[in-house]
Ligand binder design. Structure first.
Ligand code: BGC
Length: 509
């Protein structure tokens, strides 16, 4: 009898693995077009970030930050482009409001520059000119009937903090909390949606792991883990501060934005590929989402794999540990889920050759070989392959792993090199990604409450300078006036917003 029970149990386990693989491989989803509209409450928007659009890098008391330093050093950014002027939004923010109104968006996502507001976080002195700039902008956005969605930190760490030990120096946690406090107290009455950090994965991995982003440090085995640890603590501090001090008054929502590919098994009938896809996702989005949305701690698979690859003299893991009270403090520090999604990766267990080809540390610890299907269409950005079903896949991943928390897609978009006004490929990309999002909401019941295009206009694309363009509006960076000119995709998106999606032509009129 016992043996029979064991046999039944064995088959239940095996079949659940395969059921899992069927849902994990979202290539079962069809890319066929689906007509559907989203409720009125769904919010449609566009995004930018301070350094990518503002310019005025040294005006009105703003201090130097790590991207100013990185660009001015030379040798890091394509053609040594800088964000010194960018779209000049510091002076031309009224032009930005005009095009926001023209599009008919319901929200505008942008970031505050810490170095404008608190130029020297070691003293904490507030720069009134920086506060005034953002107060004028936020007030005008509200007056246009648009909700501001404000990111506190989009990669522009004040240089003084970098020089002070960066995210590894625990004093940064109180300094960040102070900055968040300044922002909440000055702008909280006008802002409904807050984000503490944009893409901590990029901050830690690209900034301190492989160093292709500011400040250009290459310590892939240790710094990403150490710095992520303190960033998560900063996030939790800001969320609690809002919760205890501001929520009752302002009733806003505070969260974090995580970037992630959809990770699909290379071969969905191979359980080891299915497992590799899950592991890659846990190392990517789970690294930050598991502590915040699940239990205050890193995913078990991440703890296991970093430990077994750590090779430290004393046997300790390179992944730091949270104390019991830290876990309790971090768990549940969210009001929604901010997601930046652009592309998809295929996963299988890493072989020795692949392990030898990646930097030892975070990527090697994961033990997953990540590839792209050569048949997928490519955008101008090297990482950006066009895989619409991945949008539906990642939204379902969030639904199943994070308790169907309300999601705002805070970035999605596509690049070219020349900023053509006839950007039919962008229309195609946005149309199919939005369509997969609509399927995720209407068919799969994913709790998605907003969508945001990156970006409203061409801007400074980090290490790629002005050579890769994401805008719905074209900006001529040789023209001192920086006029914003609508591309075809702007008018397309305006139509989607007005229609709330894609109404069935059989039903219209
Ligand atoms: C970032 C943006 C960036 C975009 C396109 C995201 O990683 O948040 O700042 O411009 O992707 O690469």
């Amino acid at each position: 009898m016992l043996q029979l029970k064991m046999l039944v149990l064995f088959f239940m386990v095996v079949s659940s693995v395969f059921r899992c693989s069927a849902t994990a491989d979202q290539r079962d989803f069809t890319d066929a077009f689906y007509y559907g509209v989203l409720p009125d409450s769904f919010t449609w928007g566009v995004s930018t970030a301070a350094y990518q659009i503002e310019g005025a890098w040294n005006e009105d008391g703003k201090s130097e930050h790590i991207w100013d330093r990185f660009c001015h050093e030379g040798g890091h950014v394509d053609r040594n482009h800088t964000g010194d002027v960018a779209c000049d939004s510091y002076h031309k923010w009224r032009d930005d409001i005009t095009i926001l109104k023209e599009l008919g968006v319901k929200h505008y996502r942008f970031s505050l520059s810490w170095s404008r507001i608190v130029p020297d976080p070691t003293t904490g002195v507030v720069n009134q000119a920086g506060v005034d700039f953002y107060l004028n902008l936020i007030t005008a956005v509200k007056q246009a009937g648009i909700e501001p969605l404000v990111t506190l930190f989009h990669w522009d760490l004040p240089q003084i903090l970098e020089d002070n030990g960066s995210w590894g120096n625990e004093t940064i946690i109180q300094q960040y909390k102070h900055y968040a406090d300044v922002a909440f107290s000055h702008f909280g009455h006008l802002v409904k949606y807050w984000l503490t950090f944009n893409e901590p994965w990029v901050v830690t991995w690209q900034g301190y792991g492989i160093g292709d982003y500011a400040p250009g440090i290459k310590q892939p085995a240790t710094l990403p883990y150490l710095y992520a640890h303190n960033i998560i603590k900063c996030h939790a501090q800001a969320w609690h501060l809002y919760d205890t001090t501001y929520r009752a008054r302002f009733n806003g929502m505070v969260s974090i934005t995580l970037n992630t590919d959809f990770f699909a098994p290379k071969n969905s009938s191979k359980p080891e590929d299915v497992e590799a896809a899950e592991r890659a996702a846990q190392f990517s989005v789970g690294w930050f989402a598991h502590p915040i949305y699940v239990d205050g701690d890193y995913p078990q698979v991440m703890k296991d794999y970093v430990q077994r690859n750590s090779n430290t003299i004393d046997g300790s893991s390179r992944l730091p540990k949270f104390t019991v009270s830290e876990k309790l403090f971090i768990k549940g520090t969210f009001d929604y889920f901010g997601l930046n999604h652009y592309s998809t990766s295929l996963c299988e267990p890493a072989d020795a050759a692949y392990q030898a080809s990646v930097p030892k540390g975070y990527l090697g610890d994961m033990e997953v070989k990540l590839t792209r299907d050569p048949k997928w269409r490519k955008a101008a950005s090297s990482y950006l392959y066009y895989v619409p079903w991945g949008m539906r896949g990642i939204l379902n991943f969030i639904r199943t792993h994070y308790n169907n928390t309300p999601v705002i897609v805070t970035e999605n978009g596509v690049t070219d090199h020349n900023g053509t006004l006839h950007d039919s490929f962008r229309i195609d990309y946005l149309r199919s990604y939005m369509n997969e999002l609509i399927k995720a909401v209407l068919i799969d019941k994913c709790n998605v409450i907003g969508y945001t295009v990156w970006s409203i206009m061409d801007n400074f694309e980090w290490a790629r300078g002005y050579t890769e363009k994401f805008g719905l509006y074209y900006v001529d960076f040789d023209n001192p006036q920086r006029p914003r000119v609508a591309k075809q995709s702007a008018m397309f998106y305006k139509g989607v917003i007005a229609d709330r999606g894609f109404p069935d032509p059989g039903i219209i009129g």
